[in-house]
Design a protein around this ligand. Structure first.
Ligand code: BEZ
Length: 212
């Protein structure tokens, strides 16, 4: 049975480019992103890890710890990291797991045998401070992921974890959000002092509440 939203993210201990890491210790009370790619020294993967490194500050601002998974060995990771930094004009600061025995890949269902029996697909999990899985995305090897979309979803997840709202299609941080249908309009007006805009009784917007 593959991992699903709301499941507890499996814990593990693994060798990484930053030494042996226990996943839960690494996460602490933070949000986390764990993501796999098919192989080191491949072009799309090089751009993906580079983009993640370029966005390091954005992940930090949101209190998100990032860790990558590859079934290649540690010496390859170190050599390839130099290439990523050189070609993508970045500095990879997050650890890359050397998952040669595929322990982590199998725990997270990152190998899809009908796509490839050996390589991991492009899996990405967002994990909340409660260690529950909040987002799963899966891309094929041929398609690099959009890491701005990952940040956008994290913004939504962190907002909706704290307020009785959800975010509409294509929402970006700062835009109006949708008030939960569980709250009646009278209560919504008290709960959301920035205002309530009712389009339909079930479709009501309010300006984005402050995060803290
Ligand atoms: C790539 O990263 O470019 C890639 C890796 C495996 C299969 C196809 C593309």
């Amino acid at each position: 049975m593959s991992l699903q939203l709301g499941d507890t993210a499996p814990d593990f201990t693994a060798e990484t480019t930053q030494g042996k890491i226990n996943f839960y210790d690494f996460l602490g009370d933070h949000w986390g992103v764990i993501f796999s790619h098919p192989a080191d020294y491949t072009p799309v993967c090089t751009t993906e890890l580079g983009r993640t490194a370029q966005l390091q500050n954005e992940f930090e601002k949101r209190g998100v710890k990032v860790i990558a998974v590859s079934v290649d060995p540690l010496d390859k990771h170190h050599g390839w990291t130099k290439d990523i930094n050189e070609t993508q004009n970045c500095n990879v600061e997050f650890p890359i797991i050397a998952d040669e025995d595929k322990k982590v890949a199998n725990l997270y269902g990152m190998i899809h045998p009908n796509a490839s029996t050996t390589a991991t697909v492009r899996s990405l999990f967002v994990i909340g401070p409660d260690k529950k899985i909040k987002l799963i995305i899966l891309y094929p090897a041929s398609t690099g992921r959009n890491f701005n979309e990952v940040l956008r979803v994290i913004d939504s997840l962190q907002l909706t974890a704290n307020h009785s709202v959800s975010t509409p299609a294509d929402w970006k941080s700062g835009e109006d959000v949708i008030i939960s249908p569980a709250i009646n309009t009278e209560d919504a007006k008290k709960k959301f002092p920035k205002g309530v805009r009712e389009v339909k009784p079930y479709l009501r917007y309010t300006p984005q509440p402050d995060l803290s």
